[in-house]
Write a protein that binds this ligand. Structure first.
Ligand SMILES: O=P(O)(O)OC[C@H]1O[C@](O)(CO)[C@@H](O)[C@@H]1O
Length: 236
């Protein structure tokens, strides 16, 4: 799919392989540093769009993740949670522009840091996934092609990385040998598998939602959208 924005005109933030060491299954297998993924944050087509996006409290990003394997683990993003917006934490919406993504999303219980749910979600080119509130997310490129994704997200918060750093990544790793439990977690639920329900009505790059940006209100103000979040995933 062709991205609407020629995003490579923006300067990317680059996450290098060495930056990922704290969350890798086999950090000692990483010998050479390389750019792991390129984040083109706050992309827009026109200045008018940009004003509209900022006024809605949102941000549109593109991310390029070239194929790579470290040790036996497929390349992935660092992983993070989002803070509370109100009763619920901020959700996020991703679209696969090129390639195929595997999202590992996991939910912590509020009382302690136990994981109460973990889901692997395969997302194909053109598809959109709503990462529901309370779920942290890691995005994996398990293919031999580059992965290009975009995301709409609230622009007014900072992501929370410590839980992923402290426990060396998500509670499962995706490796060439398959799924491996992360033993740094005290307890890990069985992994569930799902596909994303296509709730948002778009054809092509979801950047076009800039023209009906009120549809994305749930990203800045998620309370009251629980029913929609419940439908975000369909389970096998
Ligand atoms: O912050 P992490 O875990 O490295 O993940 C990067 C991804 O998160 C985002 O910052 C949006 O949450 C994207 O720009 C990027 O794809």
């Amino acid at each position: 799919m062709k991205p609407v924005v020629d995003f490579e005109r923006f300067k990317p933030d680059i996450r290098y392989a060495y930056d990922l060491k704290p969350v890798l299954r086999q950090p000692d297998e990483l010998k050479d540093n390389f750019p792991a993924y390129f984040m083109y944050r706050d992309a827009y087509l026109t200045g008018e769009d940009w004003e509209k996006i900022k006024e809605a409290g949102l941000r549109y990003d593109y991310t390029i993740t070239p194929p790579a394997v470290i040790g036996d683990e497929y390349i992935k993003t660092y992983g993070h949670y989002h803070p509370k917006a109100g009763k619920l934490s901020f959700p996020e919406v991703y679209q696969v522009i090129e390639g195929k993504a595997l999202f590992i999303i996991q939910k912590r219980s509020n009382e302690d840091d136990q994981i109460e749910d973990v889901v692997a979600v395969e997302v194909e080119e053109g598809e959109i996934i709503i990462v529901p509130p309370e779920y942290g997310h890691v995005m994996v490129n398990r293919t031999d092609r580059r992965l290009v994704t975009s995301n709409w997200v609230c622009r007014n918060f900072s992501s929370i990385y410590e839980p992923y750093t402290n426990l060396r990544g998500a509670c499962y790793y995706l490796t060439r040998l398959g799924w491996v439990k992360n033993t740094n977690y005290a307890a890990v639920p069985e992994l569930r598998f799902a596909r994303p329900n296509q709730i948002l009505d778009v054809s092509g790059d979801m950047y076009d939602l800039v023209n009906e940006i009120e549809v994305l209100e749930f990203l800045a103000d998620p309370d009251g959208y629980e029913d929609m979040f419940k439908k975000a995933l369909k389970f096998d």
